[in-house]
Design a protein around this ligand. Sequence first.
Ligand SMILES: Cc1cc2nc3c(=O)[nH]c(=O)nc-3n(C[C@H](O)[C@H](O)[C@H](O)COP(=O)(O)O)c2cc1C
Length: 202
Amino acid sequence: MFYDTETNAHGLAHDPFKAIVAPRPIGWIGTKGRDGNRNLSPYSFFNAVGDRPKLVMFSSSGRKDSLRNVEETGVFTASFVSRTLLDRMNASSAPVSYETDEFDLAGLTAAPGRLIDAPYVGEAVAALECRVTQVMTLADMHGAPTDSHAVFGQVVGIHIDQSSIRNGRFDLAIADPIMRLGYMDYAGIGPVFELQRPRIKS
Ligand SMILES: Cc1cc2nc3c(=O)[nH]c(=O)nc-3n(C[C@H](O)[C@H](O)[C@H](O)COP(=O)(O)O)c2cc1C
């Protein structure tokens, strides 16, 4: 099959786009407003986009509270979602008022950032402390602004729970991440294997 996204006439029960660009890691974004109000929400339009320096990005579909807070304070955290935190991650995505603290709502510890004034999930096995580098309202192919707003941040500090380190590595089999698929689907990781990059033969 083929469908043109202008008409979106895929003929399926649901748009398969997000099931194709999957799995996506979930960045559990922790922020604070200028007024000190705490916020925590999951974002699966999230990824690492550079490593020298370390850069991450999340994208807000519409102007949400996390976007408002990063615009106000210029910092955010991204906590790691393990399977054990799945229900609390989901609870933190509820469409609640700006004033509602999703750390409290989901029964999570709001641990203070060490280098930035933003909270991260104390129960998470890893978390990134980030300083905003760019906030971009994304354009469509005609250059017209969309209602997607990408927030880029430089990772200035990384928390790792010692229990997730084995043989000197952050061990994903222990950390057990949950990833977002399409529809209402999620997945864990399968067996981890190594693959060496090709070498140029002389
Ligand atoms: C697993 C998961 C991933 C999500 N990813 C995104 C995303 O990438 N972008 C987005 O705008 N909303 C996403 N959402 C929805 C937001 O988490 C939800 O709208 C939340 O209420 C936004 O909170 P905020 O207004 O406090 O930032 C996701 C929800 C879940 C459960």
